[in-house]
Design a binder for this molecule. Sequence first.
Ligand code: CLR
Length: 503
Amino acid sequence: MASDERLRAIEETMRSQLPTTAASREQISLWSVLKQSVGKDLSRLTVPVVFNEPLSFLQRLGEYMEYSDLLRLADEQDDAVKRLEYVTAFAVSTLASNRDRLSKPFNPLLHETYELDRLEDLGFRFVCEQVSHHPPISAFHADGPAFRFYGSIYPKLKFWGRSIDCQPKGILTLELTKRNEVYTWMPINCSIHNLVMGKMYIDLHGTLEVICHSNDLSVKVHFKSSSSWLGKEANHIEGYIVDKSKKKLRALYGDWSEFLASCGAETFEANFAAWDKERKEHKEKKQPVVGTGGGHSPPPARRFSTTDMLSSPEPPEDIGMPLVHCKSTKVSSGKKRCDKLDRALASPRRSTCLMLTSPTGSGTCSKITHLSVLPLLTGSTVLWRVRPRPPISEQFYHFTLFAMALNEMNTNGRAPLPPTDSRLRPDVRLMEDGNIDGAATEKHRLEEKQRDTRTTLKKVKQDPHKAPSWFTQGPHPFVKDQDTWHFNGCYWNRDWSNSEYIF
Ligand SMILES: CC(C)CCC[C@@H](C)[C@H]1CC[C@H]2[C@@H]3CC=C4C[C@@H](O)CC[C@]4(C)[C@H]3CC[C@]12C
């Protein structure tokens, strides 16, 4: 693995924002666009480009890998329950970037691909291909020194007038290769509310069941559905790790957009009610120190300097007190504690512990732009916490820093991309550059081109369903009666002689 300095060097070469800010949608009513489609599958519907984000759905799937470090941590645990804890934290972390992301990624064209080779700095490489057009199915495969993570998603979207329901189909599989362990889970359901009136928000709901097929440990993480974006249950998740006999071994709880912690099952049962009450009260009070958005005027900024901070050699593991979360533009590598900040907090009587995380996890601390308190149950271990989004995120489709770099052309002396890579899509690129009309024209042209290719192939009696290049469908190796898409591994030979320019 690369040294810290090397890591930082790579990180600094990546862009931290898009070329232009998002265009305003105020002029267009989403309702007028969607009203003909009530009750229909949205995959065939095109929305005006302003309701898109400048990423293809394949690139969006690349965001699953933002916290791939959790897989290294999982692999390092000698205790099977702890491994499942980190795997579950990873599964939850793949969902975090959905918060406030209320734009539609571009529908991938058939056989479009996307690669994310971060083997050198982040320890994984990822490939995704659009393997089917109707229904739209995207298959992906990622690997690293200790894992393989693969699956497919068919994001089934239904429009209900005031909301959109998404019941994605597919299965996600994680293999910890050195441990010979296999985990699976299904994508979680989600809804987008208040399309017509009120503040739009995204709600993830249902149960995320992570099963370890090698030792019969499993966990059902329940995602509470919230009735409004202010809802006290909003984003709350909880569940128990159980063994074969359903004996509760550990409790997991958190917020899919912020953190996942674990504690003893008895602690959770005995203290949850009291803690939950406190948490809800806290949620009502919770206010960012510097505005994180909502379009309202932010409260006055408070600044803290680096000298206010005491370094702690080790990140606090068991934190039986509230955690303060700082969003900072830059933070020095490692995690730092600060007790002086106690006084700055809303509830001065609490003992508090400050953990600083930067959007990238490294850099030097210059200013803190956001503070929030995470209440935790006594004796908890924080398995995962979200990296704060950059302050400019709001103007850039609420992208995380990780997302900002996904469509970057920077190949930095790397091997050339295949002609099917999402980064070469002219419509997404134009949108990113702020040319909405140009993007709309190109998007239309690509869709027509795709249709024409299919008709021509049919005319010359060729199979219009040319097989995907890098994946084949077949039975799941570990789950009965379940199909999955298998990566053939050839992608990384980087031979594009059979890849057509689809854009
Ligand atoms: C008209 C506009 C506003 C519609 C916007 C629809 C957007 C928000 C929809 C379209 C496709 C959706 C995604 C489809 C599939 C999944 C996998 C699931 O496990 C988590 C949610 C996630 C990642 C969805 C998030 C929301 C999503 C990106």
